[in-house]
Design a binder for this molecule. Structure first.
Ligand code: DGJ
Length: 378
């Protein structure tokens, strides 16, 4: 009996899985938060504010990818152990609300505006019951990083404005484009017309489609919204107003007709690097990579940066964000950038997994090597 009591006392003294400190990142495995529950923040992004990192993402339910809860937030000082801060932006129970429970709310990202002192959240929004037709972005704000966020509005992008690179010549060409002549898709003529702006013209009045997205704040404080537009065929990079709450109307197109989703961007030693995916729904495909020395382009495409097993399928995942490791307990890491991706599980969405891998440079270009496990402080 005494032995059993000693064993019990010993077991009780052991820290539970939920409380024990993790040291390493294990991509593809369950990632428990401080309560021992798998982190539920998919298609997410990370904001550093003060000494703390805040991870925002889509709350996924067990049986549907529609938003039944909203955007979740987790906090950490070491990027490995995350405290669940609850729901940052709640879906609404008001019938007809843009963010009515059951809408599709994806890929939320938060940036901090030092002038207004507001945390600005942007996300991809699809109105309830309309599949992926609405193709809008949504904006919400809070004066605290973890929220609650107040929903402001949702809409399509840049109605009534042309991309900055469309001059007289391009506009004259667009004038000649007639959608009726391009009913058959994926023909060389159709691809050329898309490149020239067939769908920009189609959506000029109502606003450009806005789906998979990220946000980026440049060194000069200017912020940009980067999103899949034109039926996911072309990425748009749209400049934000000083308060980070609206588009200025200045935008450029990246990889016209290239069919890119899931944009993630970082700027390293003066070069902008963007990693994206192709468009295969929830299934993984090969990552793409682009670089430019100006956010306005020109952008150059490079080969897939992934290396290792399933590199041709982004290790089974899809990019969502590239986070910078700065001034934290992990600052002695030899890595500066972490590639974040999602391994989707559409039949059990809440069980989707995360890929976090360090970005290395080879011949001046980013390389993402698979690791079963790695220490952020290595
Ligand atoms: C791929 C996108 O990247 C995801 O965010 C999601 O919209 C799925 N498509 C839906 O099929």
């Amino acid at each position: 009996m005494r032995k059993i009591c000693i064993l019990l006392a010993f077991l009780l003294a052991l820290p539970s899985a939920a409380q024990s400190e993790r040291r390493t990142v294990r991509s593809g495995e369950l990632w428990p938060d401080n309560t021992g529950v798998h982190i539920n923040a998919h298609g997410g992004g990370v904001l550093k504010y003060g000494d703390t990192y805040y991870w925002f993402g889509e709350h996924k339910s067990d049986h549907t990818s529609a938003a039944l809860v909203g955007v979740t937030c987790y906090a950490s000082t070491d990027l490995v152990n995350w405290r669940n801060c609850g729901v940052a932006l709640s879906v609404s129970d008001e019938k007809g609300s843009d963010i009515e429970r059951g809408c599709i709310l994806e890929r939320p990202k938060v940036i901090y505006n030092p002038v207004t002192k507001q945390f600005c959240m942007w996300f991809h929004l699809e109105l309830k019951g309309r599949g992926y037709d609405a193709a809008r972005y949504g904006v919400a704000v809070s004066d605290r990083p973890e929220g609650p966020y107040r929903f402001l509005y949702s809409q399509r992008a840049d109605a009534g404005t042309w991309p900055v690179e469309f001059g007289e010549k391009e506009l004259a060409t667009i004038d000649t484009l007639n959608a009726d002549n391009f009913k058959e898709q994926w023909t060389p003529a159709w691809l050329e017309a898309v490149k020239q702006g067939l769908y920009v013209k189609r959506d000029f009045g109502t606003g450009q489609m806005s789906r998979d997205m990220t946000l980026f704040v440049d060194d000069d404080g200017k912020a940009y919204h980067i999103f899949s537009s034109e039926d996911n065929l072309t990425l748009h990079i749209a400049e934000l107003t000083g308060d980070y709450l609206h588009h200025t109307g200045h935008y450029t197109r990246l990889a016209p007709a290239g069919h890119n989703e899931a944009p993630a961007i970082f700027k390293h030693e003066g070069t902008y690097w963007m990693i994206t995916s192709g468009c295969t729904g929830w299934d993984p495909n090969e990552a793409r990579m682009f670089s430019a020395t100006s956010i306005w382009g020109p952008w150059t495409q490079h080969p897939n940066p992934c290396r290792g097993p399933k590199a041709e399928l982004t290790f089974g995942g899809q990019s969502t964000y590239i986070l910078e490791i700065v001034n934290s307990k992990s600052s002695n890491s030899r890595y500066r950038w972490v590639f974040m991706a999602d391994i989707w599980r559409p039949r059990h969405p809440s069980d989707a997994r995360y890929i976090w891998l360090p970005i290395e440079f080879e011949d001046g270009k980013p390389v993402i090597r698979w690791r079963d496990e790695w220490d952020l402080c290595e």
